[in-house]
Design a protein around this ligand. Sequence first.
Ligand code: ADP
Ligand code: MG
Length: 345
Amino acid sequence: EGEDGDAEIRELDAATIDRIAAGEVVERPASVVKELVENALDADATRIEVEVAGDGTDELVVRDDGVGMTRADAEVAVERHTTSKIRDATDLARVGTLGFRGEALHTIAAVSRLTVTTKPRGGRGTEVRVVGGDVDAVGPAGRAPGTTVAVRDLFYNTPARRAFLNAESTEFGHVNRTVSRYALANPDVAVSLEHDGTETFATPGDGDVRSALLAVYGRDVAASMIAVDAAPDRTLERVEGYVSHPETTRSTRDYLATYVNGRYVSDRLLREAIVEAYGTQLAADRFPFAVLDVELPPSEVDANVHPRKMEVRFEDEPGVRAAVTDAVRDALREHGLVRTSAPRG
Ligand code: ADP
Ligand code: MG
């Protein structure tokens, strides 16, 4: 080997970099659904339809009646780091939208064949087709105002990622829980989910969480849900939602849907705080249903700790945990479902 041999360290090409980055955001079909549903909500949709074929890699469609995009915006939207939601880092402190990184459409497009069909109110319709991240065709399209994103052949160019996927029922289970979480958090939006042409659920969008619970979980679970509504203090302004009767449980924590300031978060502390409230009323290894939102001032919570944006850090973890447990316990106690601790003195 000569000293002036070729360098072993090479710069990666843009397509490879995109595919690696895509793995961070797009882990499975449910991650695609999450991003597309968030975009529809950010676009002020009143109706969101999700259609999935098989495990979601063949075809996955999210249709909304939101604000839509102009042709120019639709072309830009599929590029990397393009967003209409923030302009620079100073805006980051006050994001009110679910998305803001401007990477979802681009990364999904990098690992699929993606079509965006969109029309703004009073404007013209456009279709943009992207294959593996490259814009393949742009043209006019007729449709009602709103946006449809169709993702086909997900992971066709990243076989390793595709091989990592689980059975169809598992992948669709993730999709179902993802769409359910947004449907329950947005009862004013009519959200429907269809699998291989069969409706899984459809919420009415009448603004009532109970209607959404009925649509998503069915009559028995919905009937067992108990309202939680507490205003603990200034750091935890409100704990609001529904939790199930201690006998309405599942064997996984998947049905404990927790939200911070209206945004779904997968948060262990909040889940544990809810379960804690039931004390010995829960059978071993059983977990209740919950749809619970905690409202805090933005200074009390850091929501920017993970690319998938589903985790948060609380400034006062013990305070939040105790307040959530108390709020849930009070609600259960009101229904005579947990034993009141013996009065002191
Ligand atoms: P982000 O949501 O972080 O801004 P995305 O890549 O998800 O980034 O979307 C890029 C941009 O495309 C958004 O900022 C928005 O302007 C536009 N967009 C995406 N989906 C929709 C939609 N369903 N309706 C209207 N505009 C959309
Ligand atoms: Mg987005």
